[in-house]
Design a protein around this ligand. Structure first.
Ligand code: UDP
Length: 241
């Protein structure tokens, strides 16, 4: 079961990793669509300036806490929540597809990343049923959406970066049935081995973001001043309650 709390007006579901996975799989079993958002401070700050994005975040069936900033903001409200990252959740969804012979669709990342990813998944899971795979650089969005619709996936992983991936999933949701759809950011680059994930110790310390900034210094622009602003507003938000 999940409990939903509000962070500065944006929803976050309080769930364990296992329950998030079970909730997603029950949606597939019940023939329902589910948009999963892995929410982080950058998304919340972006949504404050974009009404459509705000509405998409609010209508998502499952919103899990990604990023240490969200964890801290929840803590300020007295809520303990483990971090549920897109990389881990999508990895588990892929495993579920393999175990239960579910149709998997993949969209996003550069063409060479996608080709390597498909090869790797087929090597690792010999019964994986990939019904759609396309890189994330296209101009014909309607064609792409129609092709995914035709493929009738049970699980759709979308790695276009935020908010592009959340907008596309929102459109696709109207066209599918019984599909779990999740925006997974740079996860395909990690799965395909093009980007190295932070060592587990860094992850456990909540410093994965710092590792990524060190490896890709251009990411600093995303974090500053967004993260301090978000944390400051989270303090105000927690005092109000
Ligand atoms: N990307 C894409 N199409 C685009 C823009 C980005 O497929 O038009 C991909 C990009 O190649 C990368 C991912 O989206 O694989 C975004 O990764 P990023 O590290 O920015 O996402 P984060 O994990 O920070 O959300």
């Amino acid at each position: 079961m999940k409990k939903r709390v509000s962070l500065q007006g944006f929803p976050v579901d309080i769930v364990s990793f296992e329950s998030a996975l079970n909730i997603a799989m029950s949606a597939v079993d019940n023939g329902e669509n589910m948009q999963i958002v892995t929410i982080n401070p950058e998304m919340i700050e972006a949504a404050k300036r974009n009404k459509d994005f705000t509405n998409i975040l609010k209508q998502a069936e499952l919103v899990v806490a990604d990023g240490v900033g969200i964890k801290i903001a929840l803590k300020l409200k007295g809520v303990n929540q483990e971090r549920i990252g897109g990389v881990d959740l999508s990895r588990s969804l892929i495993e579920k597809c393999s175990q239960n012979n579910l149709r998997l669709a993949l969209l996003g990342a550069k063409d060479e990343v996608m080709n390597t990813l498909v090869k790797k998944l087929k090597d690792e899971f010999n019964n994986i049923n990939i019904v759609f795979a396309h890189n994330g650089y296209f101009s014909n969005e309607n064609d792409i959406l129609n092709q995914i619709k035709e493929a009738r996936p049970h699980v759709f992983l979308c790695a276009l970066g935020s908010p592009k991936q959340e907008f596309l999933i929102y459109r696709l949701k109207e066209m599918l049935q019984g599909c779990v759809m999740i925006g997974v950011g740079g996860s395909f680059d990690v799965f395909a081995g093009f980007v190295k994930r932070a060592p587990v110790v860094w992850q456990k310390l909540g410093l994965e973001w710092l590792y990524r900034v060190i490896k890709q210094p251009q990411r600093i622009k995303r974090i500053f001043p967004t993260l301090p602003i978000f944390l400051f507003e989270s303090i105000i938000d927690s005092v109000k309650k």
